[in-house]
Design a protein around this ligand. Structure first.
Ligand SMILES: Nc1nc2c(ncn2[C@@H]2O[C@H](COP(=O)(O)OP(=O)(O)O)[C@@H](O)[C@H]2O)c(=O)[nH]1
Ligand SMILES: [Mg+2]
Length: 244
């Protein structure tokens, strides 16, 4: 069974989100919007988008962070009977021309997590780009493999069953640490993953809420936590991976 929807975490991206929803609906994807305690102006835009057919709205009373919002959306998607969810940012930085390719790939490989492998243009802030290399190396160490070439791109199709099992049994990071952490923990469970290149653009007048110091500190803490988690589990991880 392959019955996908989109999950869009939203925090004060009221200018960009309507076009994102429109494109997703055009591509035939129902949308689960998660209002992560946005401003009244953004909340009003989300309410009006949710008047349309095939748009669901989850409202969080207290700001959770991107990961918390995505997890709330994934739970809602599963409750509504969807089997897969395309995670996509509200700010329009992901290339929505790739929706069909990602969904086709997911339909062909329904058990796999389909991850975007980002192709940045010149708009990427250099500080973000360098911080990514550090994350790549930590992710290779903590996943005990080189199978994850990028863990920070939030454009991916999750198979909901194994992902909900993980988020219901483990306390995952709720902010910008979520995207890398969920991949490492799924790799520990031997989750099949596949990679597709996708363009990522940071519009000059775009609004990123990534906090360079605070979110990078959170991400470093997450890598350290996963490192000790990996040390305690590595016989089990390798056993699962090498089991015939
Ligand atoms: N930064 C941030 N983003 C959130 C939060 N809750 C939901 N989001 C959404 O998560 C996505 C990524 O956030 P964004 O600010 O674009 O960060 P960036 O893409 O890493 O630069 C966007 O769709 C946001 O609207 C939150 O508390 N903080
Ligand atoms: Mg963004």
């Amino acid at each position: 069974m392959h019955n996908p929807c989109a999950v869009i975490p939203v925090y004060n991206h009221e200018l960009a989100v309507p076009a994102v929803v429109l494109e997703l609906l055009h591509a035939g994807l129902p949308c689960v919007l998660v209002d992560d305690a946005s401003s009244p102006a953004c909340a009003a835009v989300l309410e009006s988008l949710a008047q349309q057919a095939n748009v669901f709205l989850v409202k969080l009373a207290i700001n959770q962070g991107k990961g918390g919002a995505v997890m709330a959306g994934l739970r809602e998607a599963s409750k509504s009977g969807f089997s897969h969810a395309l995670q996509v940012d509200a700010d329009g930085q992901h290339d929505l021309n790739d929706i069909a390719v990602f969904l086709d790939h997911s339909r062909e490989h329904p058990a796999a997590l389909i991850c975007g492998y980002p192709q940045y243009d010149a708009s990427v802030p250099k500080g973000r780009l360098y911080a990514r290399y550090l994350t790549h190396v930590w992710v290779w160490i903590n996943s005990l493999s080189l199978q994850i070439p990028d863990s920070m791109c939030g454009f991916r199709v999750y198979p909901l069953k194994p992902v909900l099992h993980l988020i219901d049994t483990v306390n995952l990071g709720k902010r910008m640490d979520f995207d890398p952490e969920i991949l490492v923990r799924l790799s520990w469970r031997n989750q099949p993953m596949r990679w597709l290149p996708t363009r990522v653009h940071y519009p000059q007048d775009g609004l990123s809420h990534f906090r360079l110091f605070h979110d990078n500190a959170l991400i470093s803490k997450m890598h350290a936590k996963l490192f000790f988690g990996m040390l305690g589990r590595f016989p089990l991880i390798l056993w699962r991976r090498w089991l015939p």
